[in-house]
Design a protein around this ligand. Structure first.
Ligand code: DGL
Length: 293
């Protein structure tokens, strides 16, 4: 069992930009912590990939973040959580938290008519993790899940044109093409009479405006960011690993692709800061069971 330094950073990762929405919620709830965010942009999107491949990415990235001395890791990606959370928790001896259970919990707290929609990537929907997690908390809730993969590319590319002073990829909501995509995806969910819609992909809060326009005011949109941040704080507090106020709190961003400019722009919008961004090479993809101990 390794000795954990309270001042050690918290690792957070996603396939791309979406995880920054979770990072922001973490920063708000844990203002004294240091964060290392890894965006695996060279391999984004994860959604269409086989779960086995995504699981290997999860183990590889966790290994990278653990070697950087992270005291805890947040898998800020639903697809990666669905494919790799249990394997990562078994392989590493630091706490590893995913975003599916917190999102499910938030939805169960929110719904009144017990009809909940979930939109997510193909990978997340195929693995049925949200249905399982919600039913674990309330087996009487009707869960309607729908894969909405094009929302990932809208969110990723929307930032090119994002307005000043907003975290939304707003111009896209005005574009007919995006509205057509949103209508095609969301009209069937509206017809199901849901009162709560889980944004089961961390990219989706970035295009929340587009989604809520289509769903209307009677449907509450739920993202897992807030609930995840609450859980992370509770875990660190229980383990007495919360960091005391210090000089060098902040965020460091690591990316695997060549899109530093995009990450800088989006980090400025979502986090309100300009963190240092470094391109990293990950080591060999690890197999399950090769974790630290
Ligand atoms: N942000 C990821 C998630 O929460 C999905 C994006 C992707 O397909 O890579 O599932």
């Amino acid at each position: 069992m390794s000795i954990i330094d309270q001042a050690a950073p918290i690792g957070v990762f996603d396939s791309g930009l979406g995880g920054l929405t979770v990072l922001q919620a973490l920063r708000e709830r844990l203002p004294h912590e240091r964060f290392v965010f890894l965006g695996d942009s060279a391999r984004c999107p994860y959604g269409p990939r086989e779960p086995k491949e995504v699981k290997a990415f999860v183990l590889q990235i966790c290994s990278h973040l653990a070697r950087r001395g992270c005291k805890m890791i947040i898998i800020a990606c639903n697809t990666a959580t669905a494919a790799g959370l249990p394997a990562a928790q078994q392989a590493f001896d630091i706490p590893i938290v995913g975003v599916v259970m917190p999102g499910a919990r938030a939805a169960v707290h929110m719904t009144r008519n017990r009809r909940v929609g979930v939109i997510a990537t193909e990978g997340t929907v195929q693995q049925g993790v949200y249905g399982e997690a919600i039913h674990h908390l309330d087996a009487g809730i009707k869960v309607i899940q729908k894969a909405t993969p094009e929302f990932v590319s809208i969110a990723e590319s929307g930032f090119e044109e994002m307005d000043e002073g907003t975290t939304q990829a707003a111009p896209f909501s005005l574009k007919e093409e995006c509205q057509r995509v949103a209508q095609g995806y969301l009209a069937p969910l509206r017809a199901e009479g849901i009162d709560t819609l889980v944004l089961g992909c961390t990219h989706y809060p970035l295009i929340q405006e587009l989604i809520s326009q289509e769903m209307g005011p009677s449907v509450t949109l739920v993202s897992s960011a807030e609930e995840t941040a609450r859980e992370v704080r509770a875990i660190l507090s229980r383990r007495d690993e919360l960091r005391s106020p210090g000089e060098d709190d902040g965020v460091e961003v690591l990316i695997t692709g060549d899109d530093a400019t995009k990450f800088t722009r989006v980090a400025q919008k979502v986090l309100g800061i300009t963190p240092p961004i470094t391109k990293v090479m990950l080591d060999e993809v690890r197999e399950e069971g090769e974790g630290t101990s």
